[in-house]
Design a protein. Structure first.
Length: 504
């Protein structure tokens, strides 16, 4: 991998007041979202960056639909290399998966229509191993390219097209033709997969804050990186300008006002003229404002569309206050710059709740509780187009408390594992599953709500996902467990499961 680190300069050197960036960050923090990471680049240099501990620069983060822009980039590279044409018909690429008697609209469906969310369908098919066949069997009710319908399965189809044309996986194609060239660590970039093993190009990627900034910098540079053309200029033009009218989104997602302004090739148009963004659920943004020579990359947990839109609104206000790119650097302001740097370097999520240990500790420690009824599972559960990715159900567990933490031993059907839980107001990092998975790391913290109730938070650090389990110790050796999703990219966030365990 060829990676040249970006130059770091003060905001004033970039023509931005340190005070304005400080106000911008503070407004984001006050907005109701939970910030995880941000980088601001101007004129090819990073002028501000921060991560909210335990989030950190090298930690990958779930992209959700920001993955779509990576997938469309693969299409753009394949187009540039002559592997495909934007007018290629989908049924010609997937003849074996096409219905025996395809409809007239399906016959017209081209790669460019799928790129701009113009598939002409009114719905996405449910996941299956034959998802491509099911997709092509879905009625195409409108002429392709004439109507907008957000179709994540279509985005994954774009990845499948690249796989078929390049005769390799989407990841390997991106590694060779994108990641290694623009400085993205391909070993750290991870995927969730469709039932047939193809990468979920519509929402299954995991990348760092800077990876996303590097991706959009390639677009800002018209497809050229350090003198090498990676994506054709005409493709960049199409991708970053309005190719489809997305005003229909107002009916299905009213709070997301910036979604009504048009769609390029897996890239959204934005309120400031000429500005565009890669966008993933819960506030994963990589924004390019050519007029101000500005790129902003954000990872956060915005628990609903309104909060994600609020992040954009605050960002537009910040951008509006920046002078045009022709402006000279501002005079140095060492005091304001030092204040900003101190603030940015000290960002962290609020400390977990903590309190005194229960007097039950000695009667609980080392005792095994067997699940007799219901279900207990603290694993992250990403319900994507492939179904649920939750871990195995736990059949038994035990606790060992000391002065600063708790070791929870749990048993699945075929293994016994241990989890370290901080009880002193910190978080302890655990690795659960293979480190080759997208989300193997979970921070755990716990506190006694009262003498009989122990509450644990499970924060999956490579995502927006957090669970909470409430362990209620009852007379007769009974343990009731209530588990709910606090935040996370699931349909039905807040879902609860209950379990009853009996002490052996």
């Amino acid at each position: 991998m060829k990676r040249n680190e970006f130059n770091r300069i003060s905001p004033e050197e970039a023509g931005i007041k340190s005070r304005d960036i400080l106000c911008y960050i503070q407004e984001l923090e006050k907005s109701g979202t939970e910030m995880h990471g941000i980088q601001i680049m101007r004129k090819d240099s990073i002028c501000a960056e921060a991560w909210w501990a335990p989030y950190a620069p090298g930690i990958r983060h779930g992209l959700q639909s920001l993955t779509k822009t990576y997938t469309a980039t693969a299409v753009g590279i394949a187009y540039t290399q002559g592997l495909l044409n934007l007018n290629d018909l989908i049924i010609d690429i997937f003849p074996d998966e096409t219905p025996a008697s395809p409809g007239e609209n399906l016959k017209k469906l081209r790669i460019r229509d799928v790129l701009c969310m113009g598939c002409g369908m009114d719905e996405m098919p449910p996941p299956s191993k034959n998802w491509i066949r099911d997709f092509l069997a879905t009625p195409v009710k409108k002429i392709p390219g004439t109507a907008f319908m957000y179709n994540s399965t279509g985005s994954s189809l774009l990845g499948a097209i690249v796989c078929r044309k390049a005769k390799t996986t989407l990841h390997e194609f991106l590694k060779t033709n994108l990641f290694d060239k623009i400085g993205i660590n391909a070993d750290n970039f991870r995927w969730l997969y469709m039932p047939d093993g193809i990468e979920i190009g519509g929402g299954g990627g995991f990348a760092t804050t800077e990876d996303n900034l590097r991706l959009m910098k390639l677009y800002a540079q018209n497809g050229v990186w350090e003198g090498e053309r990676i994506i054709a200029e005409d493709y960049i033009k199409l991708a970053t300008t309005k190719q489809n009218d997305s005003s229909s989104e107002e009916k299905v997602n009213p709070p997301a006002k910036d979604n009504f302004l048009g769609y390029g090739f897996q890239i959204w148009m934005c309120k400031p003229e000429g500005t565009y963004r890669a966008d993933g659920a819960m506030g994963q943004f990589a924004i390019v404002c050519p007029a101000k020579e500005l790129i902003i990359s954000i990872n956060e947990t915005a628990s609903n569309a309104l909060w994600a839109q609020t992040t954009l609104d605050i960002t537009w206000d910040f951008i509006a206050g920046i002078d045009s790119p022709a402006a000279k650097p501002l005079p140095p302001d060492s005091e304001e710059t030092a204040s900003l740097m101190k603030y940015l370097s000290s960002r962290a999520l609020p400390r977990p709740v903590y309190g005194c240990c229960s007097h039950l500790k000695n009667t609980i420690n080392g005792r095994s509780y067997v699940i007799k009824d219901g279900n207990f599972n603290f694993h992250r559960e990403m319900r994507t187009m492939t179904g649920s990715t939750a871990g195995k159900t736990i059949s038994a567990l035990s606790f060992n408390f000391d002065e600063t933490g708790c070791e929870m031993t749990y048993r699945n059907t075929d293994e016994v594992k241990k989890l370290q839980i901080a009880t002193d107001g910190s978080r302890l990092l655990n690795t659960v599953g293979s480190i080759k998975e997208p989300m193997p790391h979970v921070y755990c913290s716990g506190a006694w709500k009262d003498d009989y109730t122990f509450v644990v938070r499970f924060r999956w650090i490579e995502s927006c996902f957090e669970k909470e389990s409430v362990f209620s110790f009852e007379d007769g050796g009974k343990l009731s467990i209530l588990t709910k999703t606090v935040t996370g990219f699931v349909f039905g966030s807040g879902d609860e499961t209950q379990a009853l365990a009996i002490q052996e």
